[in-house]
Design a protein. Sequence first.
Length: 160
Amino acid sequence: MARQKDYFSFESIRDREGNVVCYHVTMIGTIEADGVARMRTDFGADENQRMAFGRLTVCGLDKKIKVFTDQLNCRIYYHSYSEENGAVDIISFSAKDWRADEVYALQEGDRVLIEGRAYIRPVSEKYPDRLPEVSVTMTGMFLLGHKRFHSMNSGLVPQK
């Protein structure tokens, strides 16, 4: 089976004076079990705006992601490295309104492309020594395919 390639890139959007206004992020990865979106419906002035929050797993691109987080002086949700699996990075994302419905429909194993703006979440009082976390607010999402997980026992027929 061919290994699917993940992708991560970012670019800075600058104003006329050359100041960074925001960062635009594009990433391709997999929605894992702990990254399936959760929906909240209590946002906005009238507390009726929907937002979905999820996490995307991106493998093998730790150097690009490290450059990005160093520029912003922040961290991503999770990073690990092992000799056998390589680098695994988990990046938080959110979506509003009708995009929230699309994200909420994603399932474990879905391969997606997510585009959006990077925002830095403030440090929580619980962990004041940590760097702030970067999160991507979606402006676009494309479902690329499915990587379904099958149990070894799924084809077994129970005995009578």
